[in-house]
Design a binder for this molecule. Structure first.
Ligand SMILES: NC(=O)c1ccc[n+]([C@@H]2O[C@H](COP(=O)([O-])OP(=O)(O)OC[C@H]3O[C@@H](n4cnc5c(N)ncnc54)[C@H](O)[C@@H]3O)[C@@H](O)[C@H]2O)c1
Length: 352
């Protein structure tokens, strides 16, 4: 079996659903259930014996140690993290606590357990650390895309905390021989993403007749990847990736934020005609230190592991929008209470 951390969040939950659907190997899912964790993401495998959910913190050495001893996973996939750049600006401490200190505790606990395994199990074990392209900093318009050898230059507290964890993961392979692999992926979008991130925030606000807040001039470029393609990349890295390596994962779909928002508006106008969604677009004061452009050179994972994205940005966005339209209950569940408080706090801070 495999141990997934953060499997009640956006990418982790999509990964577990894909994994159970395509592979069937049992999964233990350790998640703290922060605001971003939602067991409703896994409702379709409720009661499935192949999914064992455990509420807990990756920083809790006793709990993680007990899970490892009990389940003897052949791999750990670490998705657990604080992930929202805006939150890292307003409250960076939680990012250091989870992404650096707790991730270190996880890594160190896994190393201690792994060191005692029989030689054959030791050699086959994998620790996959799911990271981000934000560790590389910001690109100018004409710069080449980020490759695995691009120097780290994180600009937000979120990116810095993920960079720190990437360095620890690398060091644990180099120093102790723990078979680690790190993936640095571009912006994901798809079903079950918490609506503080761009794509679901725009869908939720557009449907509610609220303003669609776009930072600065909207020209910040991200390399968008459909979450199902990220899950396929992680399966390929687990199956065939070389221990000690890092793999950049990206969709080759560079799109400016404002174009993403316009696409949501155009697609919604077809699916739910009536309102003038474009008229809801509202430019707001830019996020401090907002990186201008990210682009991923995914040549290594394409060449070495034969992975490539199945969805174009257009097809992935259609699937995404349809999922949100088909799942109003999920949306209602995550957009109550705390969520409303956060949105008003963040966008009050960034109101022009
Ligand atoms: N979303 C993206 O576009 C993107 C892109 C590249 C990489 N990543 C990385 O992928 C991973 C998953 O991202 P996501 O978008 O699914 O995040 P998310 O915020 O949706 O989910 C994070 C999950 O981790 C859990 N968690 C947080 N702290 C924990 C702790 N201390 N112990 C156990 N569980 C904890 C939360 O409850 C939540 O379920 C992160 O490591 C992130 O850095 C995300």
């Amino acid at each position: 079996m495999i141990l997934v951390t953060g499997g009640a969040g956006f990418i982790g939950a999509n990964f577990i659903l894909d994994w159970i659907g395509t592979n069937g190997e049992p999964v233990v899912n350790l998640d703290k259930l922060t605001y971003a964790g939602n067991l409703g993401n896994l409702a379709s495998i409720d009661g499935d014996a192949r999914h064992v959910f455990v509420r807990g913190d990756i920083g809790d050495r006793a709990q993680v140690g007990a899970l490892l001893a009990r389940h003897r996973p052949r791999a750990v996939l670490n998705f657990a993290a604080e992930t929202h750049v805006d939150r890292s600006i307003l409250g960076p401490a939680a990012f250091v606590e989870t992404n650096v200190v707790a991730t270190f505790a996880l890594l160190d606990t896994v190393r201690g357990w792994w060191a005692e395994l029989p030689a054959s199990e030791k050699a086959q074990f994998r620790f996959i650390h799911v990271s981000t392209d934000e560790v590389y900093g910001s690109l100018g318009t004409a710069d080449p895309a980020f490759s695995e050898t691009t120097p780290y230059a994180p600009n937000s507290p979120y990116a810095a905390s993920k960079a720190a964890s990437d360095h620890l993961v690398r060091a644990y392979c180099h120093t102790y021989g723990l078979p680690t692999l790190t993936t640095n992926c571009s912006n994901n979008y798809g079903p079950r993403q918490f609506p503080e991130k761009l794509v679901p925030l725009m869908i939720v606000n557009a449907l509610a007749g609220k303003p669609l807040p776009v930072y600065g001039d909207g020209a910040n470029v991200r390399d968008w990847l459909y979450v199902g393609d990220h899950c396929a990349a992680l399966r390929a890295v687990l199956a065939h990736g070389r221990a000690g390596e890092t793999y950049n994962v990206g969709g080759g779909a560079e799109v400016a934020n404002i174009e993403v928002v316009r696409m949501v508006c155009r697609m919604l106008a077809e699916a739910r005609p009536g309102p003038d969604y474009m008229a809801q677009i509202a430019f707001v004061k830019d996020r401090p230190g907002h990186d201008r452009r990210y682009a991923i050179d995914a040549a290594k994972i394409r060449r070495e592991l034969g992975w490539s994205p199945a969805e174009s940005f257009e097809s992935g966005m259609r699937r995404t929008l349809q999922w949100y339209l088909d799942n109003p209950g999920w949306l209602a569940g995550v957009t109550s209470g705390e969520y409303k408080k956060w949105i008003s706090l963040n966008y009050a801070a960034s109101a022009a």
